[in-house]
Ligand binder design. Structure first.
Ligand code: AGP
Length: 609
């Protein structure tokens, strides 16, 4: 949830670390801090709130140091404050730590440190325990002291540590929290995520779980949990720095909404061979294997879970196999029916969502085959899966997920088609027809993006609403949940989504004069049913904004406002119908002056339970 950065090299560390933190601020912005080592001393400066607050207090002078660590926080233990801000140090400030994750046994360790060593704690954080632990084990060798401390720690953590007496190195450890190392010329970096380093390096080491790094300006040594040096392949980043910048848009969210055609094309084309056949990135699932699966589980959180809802309809239709979709935080504790005949599909943009990771491990423990659909290359979910099917959406910076969602849908369709074709539950015509239609989606999506101004006008009329309903049938009901989440998380409007057929069983009681209802009616085979649902709510005074396919002119009689999306097969409409909902949510939030890219109380990847 937090972002950490470390630098050691020939240049002054301060600016480089601050710049890296700014690119990680989407991971948390409750407080920020920096620690710089020089001439046997470590200077720590930290402040509650965003990085701009920190910049204000350190612009007073040049910090002539070539090694440092920095942190941007999303509070878990200890409320946002200057004292709870990272970095944290031991009593004589000789050891300083930044940390992303949670030390689950920190209370126990704290009591032990107080009882055995009389340590005085300044903050309410779990992280301060790490600094004191390393401090008591320190005897001139930071690497050894960190190893001893790690032996005592339980939980998820990525930490970076510096020692006043060893300003020529920094040590970092990764366990169930993201960490990458950047390979520079005469300098080296560590960070929670790639965007922090893109401005400086293109070569990275993807750090594995339970690995420790000893980083100097000329070298990065990687040690496994047995303290053996390991050789690691260099990972070359293809993303350009601009990809991580706004590219002229007001917010990352609207930029990423406009990047969806490319993301979908990239995600599709990488899987179509010259004969137009789907190749699942070499994931070998032959007919015998697929036929052995008697159940598919799609498990995820938030928007990724909503992609699973659409995936269920597609895979069940195409592969004729029962699919259950579950939120990860429930799946992991309810002893689900999972065994070696289960295909478990984890979906995650960041690949670091702890609930999804834990659900994946639970499924693995029960013998399932684990396939994950992930956007961040080399992330934990990807690495712990039997197979990973990447969404090629590029870096998604805005907390509200958009392009990751549509590329996740694309992957769901490709998995359904591949399984259906291999099992023989779909014929060649249908297979070819769906692939041809998928190829047309990016261009069709662009035509919806040209309606941005019109949708912004509609948002301008309704942004004062404090209650909005989303309804749909079939795949549209799955998309209505996603539309509702987008609006909720960036505009703080209390929106509610429901399958349209469910309305009359209770929720319709909430309909009154002017109640705004966004009705998705893109399913030709269910259009009549949706018309009667719209008539029902209109009869109670609701104001209906209808979204349907071109040619369904009936909608203009049934709604107060309407938007058309280009025609495509019913099962593929979620790839298009979600776009007006993303844009609507964006402009409502903009009218309400919300912090669109960094909504309150949220963070891009949720690495705690
Ligand atoms: C969606 O806009 C939110 N950021 C959130 O619901 C997100 O989808 C959820 O936390 C899952 O994240 P993941 O895809 O990185 O696992």
């Amino acid at each position: 949830m937090c972002g950490i950065v470390g630098y050691i090299g020939k240049n002054h560390a301060k600016e480089i670390i601050i710049d890296g933190l700014k690119r990680l601020e989407y991971r948390g912005y409750d407080s920020a801090g920096i620690a710089l080592a020089r001439e046997g001393k470590i200077e720590t400066r930290k402040h509650v709130g965003g990085i701009s607050n920190l910049e204000k207090i350190i612009q007073d002078r040049e910090y002539d140091s070539n090694v440092g660590i920095g942190h941007t926080r999303w509070a878990t233990h200890g409320a946002p404050s200057d004292i709870n801000a990272h970095p944290h140090s031991n009593e004589d400030q000789s050891i300083t730590v930044v940390h992303n994750g949670i030390i689950e046994n920190y209370v126990e360790l704290k009591e032990w440190l107080i009882k055995e060593y009389g340590v005085t704690f300044l903050s309410d954080t779990d992280t301060e325990v790490i600094a004191h632990l390393i401090g008591i084990f320190y005897d001139g060798d930071l690497h050894q002291a960190v190893n001893k401390a790690v032996e005592k720690m339980r939980g998820a953590y990525a930490i970076a540590v510096i020692a006043a007496q060893e300003p020529d190195k920094l040590v970092a450890v990764r366990k169930d929290a993201p960490l990458v190392a950047g390979i520079g010329e005469g300098c080296n970096f560590i960070a929670s995520d790639i965007p922090a380093l893109l401005k400086y390096v293109r070569k990275l080491y993807l750090v594995e779980n339970n690995e420790t790094l000893v980083v100097t300006k000329d070298d990065i040594k990687i040690f496994d949990e047995k303290n053996k040096i390991v050789k690691r392949e260099v990972f070359h980043v293809t993303w350009d720095a601009d990809a991580a910048e706004k590219g002229g848009y007001d917010h990352f969210m609207i930029k990423e909404i406009h990047e969806q055609p490319e993301g979908l094309l990239e995600t599709l084309n990488r899987r179509l061979n010259d004969q137009g056949e789907i190749n699942l990135d070499g994931i070998s699932m032959d007919r015998e294997e697929i036929s052995r699966f008697n159940k598919v589980y799609i498990v995820a959180c938030g928007t990724a879970y909503h992609a699973g809802l659409v995936g269920k309809a597609a895979i069940e239709k195409m592969a004729r196999i029962p699919v259950e979709v579950d939120v990860a935080s429930e799946f992991r504790y309810r002893d689900p029916f999972v065994d070696e005949n289960t295909l478990f599909i984890a979906v995650s943009q960041s690949g670091e969502t702890l609930d999804t990771l834990a659900a994946l491990r639970e499924a693995k423990r029960k013998g399932a085959r684990v396939l994950s659909v992930v956007n961040v290359v080399g992330s934990s979910v990807a690495r712990e899966s039997d197979d990973v099917f990447y969404t090629w959406a590029g870096p998604e910076i805005a907390v509200a997920s958009t392009k990751a969602y549509t590329t996740q849908l694309m992957c769901m369709y490709l998995i359904g088609l591949y399984m259906g074709k291999t099992k023989g539950t779909i014929d060649e015509n249908y297979y070819r027809k769906v692939i041809e239609e998928l190829k047309e989606i990016p261009e069709k999506l662009k035509t919806i993006l040209t309606q941005e101004k019109k949708i912004a006008q509609i948002a301008k009329k309704h942004y004062k609403n404090n209650e909005v309903f989303f309804i749909g049938r079939g795949p549209d009901s799955g998309v209505s949940y996603e539309g509702s989440l987008k609006l909720k998380e960036i505009s703080y409007i209390n929106s509610f989504a429901i399958a349209a057929g469910e309305l009359k069983h209770g929720t319709i009681a909430l309909m009154e004069e002017g109640t705004l209802v966004i009705a998705l009616a893109t399913q030709d085979r269910l259009f009549e049913k949706m018309v009667s649902n719209m008539e029902e709510i209109k009869a109670r005074g609701a104001y209906v904004l209808g979204i349907t396919k071109e040619g369904n002119g009936e909608i203009e009689k049934q709604t107060d406002e309407w938007l058309y999306i280009p025609r495509c097969m019913d099962e593929l409409t979620p790839l298009l119908s979600v776009i007006p909902l993303q844009i609507f949510a964006y402009y409502v939030a903009k009218e309400r002056n919300c912090n669109i890219d960094k909504p309150k109380n949220l963070a891009k990847s949720v690495t705690v339970e």
